[in-house]
Design a protein. Structure first.
Length: 416
């Protein structure tokens, strides 16, 4: 069983509507001012529960920082996932100085089915990803225990690529643009007030900080944003297994408003499931996945179980007077209905970078995604109720099989 991730406390809860009309603005002026006053009063020599372990002498910490070598960078990105690397690439291509810190030695791998919707594939193809680097499928679906049916062949083409392969492609593009990426370099002792972070035995000072460090984002926590991470997904990546075609199944009886998936790749198949933790605990998801793999005849005894939470609560991109930014999963941009996150990571990373280069910039692609996400979030909250699942899932199945509506349903699910 995956180690349970700790949930950060909601110390500074935000009010509903804490974003601009396009979803990309700052927090309301009053709340933002109060937060910035708190940040201004923060100092590394004081004990602070989010930054210093309990019992550590704060003065000793301050002296240790003072004795460290220091360097300054214009733009510091924490996290080398799709969002962080895309932001770094855009900034570097504009001639800006960029440093990316990635805690893992290997850039790319994470718990993810590795599916690219048509819009995600289009975005990556524009950056240089050839279709030959992916495996192409037309998805199948099953709702509420009914029959499995083929989705629209044009709208529901899904490309699969391992997250490591995608990460290595983006890493090459980002370095070619001129950004420096340091893998195996975790960021510690983040101080938003002083604009410093410790990494690789050095104090790094920054002008702009981009938190692209995933659902368990240290930057998000430092901003005091709520981080419920209420969605949990788990999978087995089984080498050279045969588990049938790519498909998604909404098993309301066992997964509530979540789903089960089979995503074949060139050298392995991703078999997984996910749901809200308040409806289906992670342990129950693990047992369900083991049972489904056994029914498929897939031996997972020698395959690592992978699990992770997904942040889906969005509160904006720009904070602390425009000096701190969030992108991708750290910003809570994944869909709470489909858990799709790669496309949102790409467009938000680019939007944050362009917003730094051109203050006031608004991304049309991100605005479209935010509209879709809001609709997905409403639908997800609705089908979290048992009576709504009994009513709506059979309706979705009927709409998905009927010609005039199947394209619209596919567009809403996958191409918003």
């Amino acid at each position: 069983m995956a180690r349970a991730e700790r949930h950060c406390p909601d110390r500074r809860a935000l009010r509903p509507g804490d974003r601009g009309p396009d979803g990309q603005g700052l927090l309301p002026q009053g709340l933002r001012a109060r937060r910035e006053r708190r940040l201004e009063g923060w100092h590394p020599l004081r004990r602070h529960p989010r930054h210093h372990p309990q019992g550590v002498d704060a003065g000793r910490v301050g002296r240790a920082l003072a004795g460290m070598p220091a360097e300054s960078v214009e733009h510091l990105v924490i996290g080398a996932g799709p969002a962080g690397l895309r932001a770094a690439q855009v900034l570097a291509e504009a001639g800006r100085e960029v440093l990316v810190l990635e805690r893992h030695a290997d850039v790319g791998p994470k718990t993810c089915a590795g599916g690219l919707t048509r819009k995600a594939m289009d975005a990556l193809a524009a950056l240089g990803l050839p279709e030959s680097a992916t495996t192409t499928h037309v998805g199948l679906a099953r709702f509420a225990g009914g029959a499995t049916f083929a989705l629209d062949a044009e709208r529901c083409t899904v490309h699969t690529i391992s997250r490591r392969a995608l990460g290595q492609r983006q890493l090459a593009w980002t370095r070619a643009a001129g950004a420096e990426v340091r893998a195996g370099t975790p960021a510690r002792r983040l101080d938003l007030a002083a604009r410093t972070v410790v990494a690789d035995g050095r104090v790094h000072r920054w002008r702009h900080l981009i938190g692209a460090d995933g659902s368990d984002s240290a930057v998000r926590r430092a901003l005091g944003l709520p981080c419920p991470r209420r969605y949990f997904a788990c999978e087995y990546n089984v080498p050279h297994a045969e588990a049938g075609p790519l498909r998604v199944e909404c098993d309301a009886e066992h997964l509530a408003n979540g789903y089960f998936w089979v995503f074949p790749h060139a050298e392995y198949v991703s078999i997984g499931c996910g749901s809200e933790t308040r409806l289906v605990p992670p342990g129950a998801l693990h047992r369900y996945l083991d049972a489904r793999c056994a029914r498929l005849g897939v031996d997972t005894r020698a395959v690592p179980f992978e699990g992770a939470t997904i942040e889906v609560d969005f509160h904006g991109l720009h904070f602390a007077g425009g000096a701190v930014h969030l992108a991708g999963d750290a910003a809570g941009l994944a869909s709470s209905l489909t858990a799709e996150g790669i496309y949102a990571a790409l467009v938000s990373g680019e939007a944050v970078a362009r917003g730094i280069l051109e203050p006031g910039y608004r991304s049309p692609a991100l605005a479209r995604w935010l509209r879709t996400k809001r609709q997905h979030d409403v639908a997800s909250r609705l089908v979290a109720r048992a009576w709504a699942r009994r009513l709506l899932l059979p309706l979705f199945a009927a709409l998905g099989r009927w010609g005039p509506t199947r394209r619209r349903l596919a567009d809403w699910y996958l191409d918003g």
